[in-house]
Ligand binder design. Structure first.
Ligand SMILES: Nc1nc2c(c(=O)[nH]1)N[C@H]1C(S)=C(S)[C@@H](COP(=O)(O)OP(=O)(O)OC[C@H]3O[C@@H](n4cnc5c(=O)[nH]c(N)nc54)[C@H](O)[C@@H]3O)O[C@H]1N2
Ligand SMILES: Nc1nc2c(c(=O)[nH]1)N[C@H]1C(S)=C(S)[C@@H](COP(=O)(O)OP(=O)(O)OC[C@H]3O[C@@H](n4cnc5c(=O)[nH]c(N)nc54)[C@H](O)[C@@H]3O)O[C@H]1N2
Ligand code: SF4
Ligand SMILES: [Mo]
Length: 705
């Protein structure tokens, strides 16, 4: 069953080209193991086109998490006598998980066992996890943290273009376009090496418009910065479209030849008068007009969205409104132009394509589509009838824990810190009959588990990831893992061997073998990887999907001839503005929005263990405007309590003029007292089921002393 530790294929001092463990840029780096192969030196790869040698501080320091001082080095099982997690053997830990799952399944049926995955997992792991849930557990209850990340843009992109690929063009097109509207992305902090594309754009004479309630490091680079109230991007986009129509700047020929649904979308937009939009968004009308002028004057132009407009209870409609603006002005599917979403996690793109999403089968196929079920069931060697249907979305799954979902296997996420209304989610996790967590460190979520499995990390295993451009990359192994850890793929094989021995062969531990099966499973689907092989990835700087055949190039630029809809035309969606699920009122008078700082990653499980990153970003804070601070009697560094209907968080004040006076901002990287997600509202978008991380109502209290 268990494959013995492989001997290293790596000789000391050979520099291995590979990729960063963190964000969706997937910067190219070189790892040079030292003579004893127990540590590794990281350098940026100048020959990789995406980052051309640049790395941010997280990538630069990524090897620190490989150290046994901070990571898990052996399995842990909760001791019933003491209630504490205690070291155990792999056999004991795996047996305990199989037992926990079997017990639950026997008592409550297969849907009582849930699975929660992550967008940091390689394509191979995401694929194997989805397959494990559907055919070994037979459960519909699987979803993943990407639901919190890109699901609104994915839903809107699919509606409009018939396909969900974050960027339909490579980043290298950005400097050559004429105008970029960047909506709710703080790329200078979230993908620092990508800032280069925006500075080159401006050096070439192109215009940059940034839309963010804060004057971020990214907004500081802009020709025009619009600072709307949180949650009002939908009105802003509709107001811009209204002006485009009123000023006769619609690309009529494009609308006629390449789209459908314009009339309805146009009437919906015309109901949003500029004066109304000014009132709702707080963006002065002259600025709105300037933005329209810059965008329509440019021969080529792009709209790029990130989490700002997407993590809203109307994220899908909001992205739809931005796509409408791009379509009305003839941008998508034309050279150096279009709409794109900046995906976030390392494998945020690939992780959403291969079946860990509740409604999805590999290749970005629909779980409800009989042809898709038949195709994938054949690859898996099972009866299509045996595949479960779609399950709950991430927050709904977490909310159901301890109710009809009673056991959970969680891989590559830390919801105790990162889920909305986190205190409730933590309580739900505690109420489970059984929780197993596979992680590289003892995260706040792993601390609650009955069994914790320590797994191998990026530099110790090979796998493929798909970056934000849709570029499939090979991340190579450079180091031997420490003896006590095993890979996620080994975990799934071992659990299958215990739960359904006849299926064990379907869960190989060699990533290339998994990828070969993924190729077949994705063949003919929207995200077709069948023409991609490890051999090919070893030679090329990645291959853009769809890549349906070997020997021919992938597809860096989509939609140039036709959109991926049945008739080849893009679809306008008629949308109207609506308020956030929770708006400020007398009791909770201030907007809270949340996001990231450059030196920490996500729930911080990895980066809070790196000394130099902690020095740069030691803890949570509340960013607030001097006028708001003065009203509360708060000065820089004062402890401030932020209170919402869900809970309370305390952090030092950071007083600065770079934020709207009606809004405070907290980064979400920390657990405990300063946890931003103690406050956030789990109101869900009706289509994407994305929680409203970017808007809720709070009140602030200065804590004396
Ligand atoms: N340093 C660092 N980098 C990361 C990550 C990390 O945790 N740390 N995570 C990675 C991942 S998974 C992701 S998803 C990306 C996220 O990358 P981004 O989307 O760039 O990150 P955020 O900070 O969440 O949000 C971006 C901006 O949205 C603004 N915003 C808030 N509310 C609104 C609103 O209502 N409308 C608009 N227009 N803007 C609003 C915030 O002020 C913030 O500056 O970053 C990736 N890179
Ligand atoms: N308030 C607020 N909350 C947010 C957001 C926000 O903007 N505001 N953003 C949301 C977004 S966009 C995202 S993507 C989520 C992310 O939030 P999380 O899902 O919590 O993401 P991470 O902190 O990256 O958690 C990944 C975990 O998996 C572990 N890990 C890393 N690699 C592997 C691997 O290969 N295998 C296994 N088994 N484990 C691994 C890491 O150590 C870590 O513990 O947070 C969301 N939460
Ligand atoms: S920008 Fe993203 S991929 Fe590049 S080094 Fe930083 S974290 Fe890694
Ligand atoms: Mo994300």
């Amino acid at each position: 069953m268990h494959t013995p530790a492989r001997t290293t294929a790596v000789s000391a001092n050979a520099a291995i080209p590979t990729h960063c463990p963190y964000c969706a840029l997937q910067c190219g780096m070189r790892l040079t193991p030292n003579a004893s192969a127990d540590s590794v030196e990281v350098t940026g790869r100048a020959d990789f086109p995406v980052n051309r040698g640049a790395l941010c501080g997280k990538g630069q320091s990524a090897a620190a998490v490989l150290s046994s001082r901070v990571r898990l080095t052996g399995p842990l099982v909760r001791d019933p006598a003491t209630g504490e997690l205690a070291p155990a053997t792999w056999e004991e830990a795996l047996d305990a998980i199989a037992e926990g799952i079997s017990r639950t399944r026997t008592a409550h049926g297969p849907d009582a066992c849930g699975v929660f995955g992550g967008g940091g997992l390689t394509n191979e792991k995401a694929y194997a996890l989805g397959k494990f849930a559907r055919i070994v557990l037979g459960t519909s209850q699987i979803d993943y943290n990407g639901r919190f990340c890109m699901s609104s843009a994915a839903a809107a992109g699919t509606k409009a273009f018939g396909l969900d690929r974050g960027l339909p063009f490579p980043l290298e097109d950005i400097p050559r376009t004429g105008c970029v509207i960047l909506v709710g992305s703080n790329l200078a902090e979230t993908m620092p090496p990508a800032l280069r594309y925006l500075t080159e754009l401006r050096a070439n004479g192109g215009k940059l418009i940034v839309i963010d309630p804060r004057r971020t490091r990214t907004a500081q680079q802009a020709d025009l910065h619009l600072a709307p109230r949180p949650g009002t991007d939908l009105a802003l986009a509709l107001g811009m479209l209204h002006l485009v129509v009123a000023q006769g700047r619609v690309d009529e020929a494009y609308v006629r030849d390449r789209t459908r649904g314009w009339e309805e979308a146009r009437s919906a937009a015309m109901a949003h008068w500029p004066e109304y939009v000014e009132r709702v968004t707080g963006v002065p009308l002259p600025q709105l007009r300037d933005a329209v002028r810059m965008f329509t004057d440019a021969e080529h132009a792009m709209v790029l969205t990130a989490r700002g407009p997407e993590q809203q209870s109307k994220g899908t409609d909001t992205v739809g409104a931005w796509i409408n603006l791009a379509l009305a002005t003839g941008r998508p599917g034309t050279p150096l132009s279009g709409y794109g979403c900046l995906t976030g996690q390392g494998n945020g793109q690939g992780g959403r394509e291969h079946g860990q999403k509740a409604d999805q089968l590999p290749g970005c196929r629909k779980l409800t589509d009989p042809a898709a079920r038949a195709h994938v069931a054949e690859v898996w060697g099972v009866d299509p009838e045996s595949l479960p249907g779609p399950g709950r979305s991430a927050y709904e799954l977490l909310d159901a824990l301890g109710g009809d979902v009673r056991a959970l296997l969680l891989m590559a996420s830390n919801p105790v810190v990162s889920a909305p209304r986190a205190a409730h989610v933590e309580e739900r996790l505690r109420s489970l009959d059984f929780l197993a967590v596979a992680d590289v460190v003892l995260s706040e979520t792993a601390e609650l588990a009955d069994v914790v499995l320590p797994v191998t990390q990026w530099a110790e295993e090979t796998g493929t990831l798909t970056n934000l451009e849709g570029r499939v990359l090979l991340r190579r192994r450079a180091l031997d893992p420490p003896p006590g850890v095993r890979s996620d793929l080994e975990v799934l094989q071992e659990l299958t061997a215990r739960l359904s021995p006849d299926l064990e062969k379907g869960f190989p531990v060699d990533p290339e073998e998994v990828f070969e099966e993924l190729r077949r499973a994705s063949a003919g689907g929207p995200a077709d990887y069948s023409g991609i092989s490890y051999e090919r990835l070893a030679e090329e700087d990645g291959v853009f999907w769809p890549a349906p055949a070997s020997g021919v190039p992938g597809t860096p630029r989509l939609f140039l001839d036709r959109f991926a809809t049945e008739d080849g035309r893009a679809r306008f969606v008629p949308v109207a503005h609506r308020a956030a699920a929770e708006e400020p009122d007398a009791e909770y008078p201030v907007y809270l929005t949340t996001g990231r700082v450059v030196a920490q990653y996500q729930s911080g499980a990895q980066t809070r263990r790196v000394e130099e990153l902690n020095k740069a970003a030691p803890g949570p804070f509340v960013q607030l405007h001097p006028r708001l601070a003065a009203r509360l009697g708060v000065v820089e560094g004062d402890a401030v309590a932020v209170v919402s209907r869900r809970g309370r968080a305390v952090a030092p004040a950071r007083v600065c003029g770079d934020i709207r006076p009606d809004t405070v901002f907290m980064p979400f990287h920390w657990p405990g007292r300063g946890r931003a997600n103690s406050l956030t509202n789990p109101a869900l978008d009706p289509t994407s089921r994305m929680p409203e991380f970017k808007v809720c109502a709070v009140r602030l209290e200065r804590i004396p002393g």
